[in-house]
Design a protein around this ligand. Structure first.
Ligand code: SAH
Length: 366
């Protein structure tokens, strides 16, 4: 199904179909990015970013969601060419976080502004069982934090267990929409399988956030544009774009970094395609453009910021890109948000998704 070609008038049916429940804005929207939008500079780029920022504030006001992330394991059974945690990286010392340490950190010492916790890892079913599940149960019992997970493609019964434990948001990027590039980059499993999992998660009640990497070596502008079409077709509640960062211990270490301007233009395009999406400012923006990249993300359509809470002794080994990656501390995040004239949301992301769906169903049932 190509949502870009949908007419209006189907909102009610779509609202009732859980796999499609977040697609209505696309049906109403007209924005289809062109190559010129993604390469825009100067005045045209300014206008694009301003339009995206205005759209964000129209839908979300000046609120930015603030979540914490804990990276619970860097074991990975995948072998993505671009990722430092790939299984063939034998330089990397592998860790699984200590559950008690995480529990203490999250129950007693978390930053006050955090409304949600994202639990992330390489693709490691052991960490799902031994760390993620008990941690989610604990957080569900002891706090009202929203819980998202980013744990890769798992078995369907594992997704169900994570949801029963109390997580409600699944973050699973499709990485790149072009099938040949996906294969060349040895991205997780196969593209059809990754997309099946995204659809399955949405159909079983998860709020799914996906995303892609911009500026991969060998990516044509056509391949880049394919990402938007795919993102709009999928049943997503949020979408991200991250600049490609040449990982130090990967076969792509000699390649150049994804262009920050291109990435920001992609973020603005995502916002215009889907005004209601939750779009994160990713920490890699600061690697692509030290210090200012992140703030520029908040100015180009982003409405979600992430404070890194991974304990310092293991953080260095969660190697997506480089060892000296830019750590987004509480102070850096809150000052970036304030400097942009924005404010942390008091409502959690999980709550936002839940109430948003209720409101939408009410409005279409009338
Ligand atoms: N195992 C989980 C989490 C993977 S790491 C999963 O499969 O979803 C989270 C994300 O980091 C990946 O989805 C990928 O898009 C991104 N990433 C990894 N290496 C990267 C790189 N070199 N440049 C940009 N993004 C990268």
């Amino acid at each position: 199904m190509n949502i870009f070609e949908h007419g209006t008038g189907e909102r009610k049916r779509l609202a009732l179909d859980p796999a499609l429940r977040f697609t209505h804005a696309v049906i109403e929207g007209q924005f289809v990015p062109r190559a010129g939008d993604l390469t825009a500079r100067g005045k045209r780029q300014e206008r694009l970013h301003e339009r995206a920022a205005l759209t964000t504030s129209r839908v979300f006001g000046s609120r930015v969601f603030v979540r914490g992330v804990v990276e619970i394991s860097n074991y990975c059974r995948e072998n993505c060419t671009y990722c430092g945690m790939r299984r063939e990286n034998r330089q990397l010392s592998r860790y699984r976080a200590d559950l008690d340490q995480l529990a203490e950190l999250l129950l007693q010492n978390r930053p006050a502004r955090i409304t949600d916790i994202n639990i992330q890892a390489g693709e490691d079913p052991v960490a799902v069982r031994e760390i993620a599940l008990p941690l989610i149960r604990l957080l569900r019992r002891e706090t009202n934090l929203g819980i998202s997970v980013c744990l890769g493609t798992l078995r369907y019964d594992e997704y169900a267990e994570l949801k029963a434990a109390g997580a409600s948001i699944y973050i699973i990027k499709f990485e790149m929409a072009n099938p040949r590039l996906y294969e060349r980059m040895a991205a997780p499993g196969t593209l059809p399988e990754r997309l099946d999992h995204i659809r399955h998660l949405a159909a079983t009640g998860w709020n799914v956030s996906s995303g892609f990497i911009a500026g991969l070596p060998g990516e044509t502008s056509r391949a880049l544009l394919e990402n938007f079409r795919l993102a709009a077709e999928l049943p997503l509640a949020g979408c991200s774009v991250s600049p490609f960062i040449p990982g130090e211990e990967t076969p792509l270490s000699g390649e150049s970094c994804g262009d920050i301007e291109l990435t920001l233009n992609c973020m603005a395009a995502l916002r215009l395609i889907r005004p209601d999406w939750v779009i994160p400012a990713v920490s890699a923006l600061n690697l692509a453009e030290p210090d200012s990249g992140y703030r520029r993300g908040l100015r180009a359509g982003a409405n979600l910021a992430t404070i890194n809470l991974t304990p310092a002794d293991i953080r260095g080994d969660y190697l997506l890109y480089k060892r000296d990656r830019f750590i987004m501390t509480e102070e850096r995040i809150l000052s970036a948000i304030a400097a942009e004239g924005l404010a942390p949301s008091t409502q959690s992301l999980a709550d936002h998704y839940a109430t948003r769906l209720e409101k939408f169903c009410e409005s279409t049932a009338a």
